[in-house]
Ligand binder design. Structure first.
Ligand SMILES: Nc1nc2c([nH]c(=O)n2[C@H]2C[C@H](O)[C@@H](COP(=O)(O)OP(=O)(O)OP(=O)(O)O)O2)c(=O)[nH]1
Length: 144
């Protein structure tokens, strides 16, 4: 089965999500950014390439934290933590309609979202040591 990578990019206790553009599959859906692997490409290579193409964002892939089937099951989604290496975003309009940094409670209010995305924010993300470590020292000031 083919693989797509999903990038979990955290900054200041928030996760980067994108709204898929009109004219692509699942238009309008909010999700962490993703992309399919090209032939012979590794998952980290695909992550770096897709974040560059879709957002002009340099990232450093850290580790795969979750896997799940895509809806319709044509793809397997591999969710990777990735560190942002640049501070600006330049979304490609053909693929991305909007970009936001969200806390899990804010993601829960976005519509529409995929079942996998909701599960990730509700269940997987809160259990990751990197996420807890990221948030703990920041306290409540960045939570507003
Ligand atoms: N990003 C994302 N995609 C999901 C989720 N659940 C789910 O079924 N999908 C589907 C939507 C897409 O068809 C597929 C992800 O592949 P993709 O992001 O590479 O799709 P794409 O059409 O933008 O392809 P590409 O050209 O950018 O590679 O999985 C989810 O939670 N997040």
């Amino acid at each position: 089965m083919k693989t797509a990578v999903v990038a979990v990019i955290v900054r200041a206790g928030k996760v980067l999500v994108v709204q898929r553009a009109a004219g692509i599959p699942a238009a309008g859906y909010w999700t962490p950014p993703s992309g399919k692997l090209n032939a012979k490409e590794t998952e980290p290579q695909a992550l770096v390439r897709e974040m560059q193409e879709e957002l002009a964002l340099a990232v450093r892939p850290l580790r795969c934290v979750w896997q799940c089937p895509a809806e319709g099951a044509a793809y397997r989604l591999h969710w990777w933590l990735a560190a942002p290496m640049s501070s600006t975003l330049d979304p490609a309009p053909a693929e991305i309609a909007a970009v936001r940094w969200v806390r899990p409670a804010q993601f829960a209010r976005l519509q529409p979202t995929f079942t996998a995305g909701r599960h990730f924010f509700e269940t997987i993300l809160p259990g990751l040591p990197e996420w807890r470590g990221h948030r703990a020292p920041l306290g409540s000031t960045l939570e507003q």
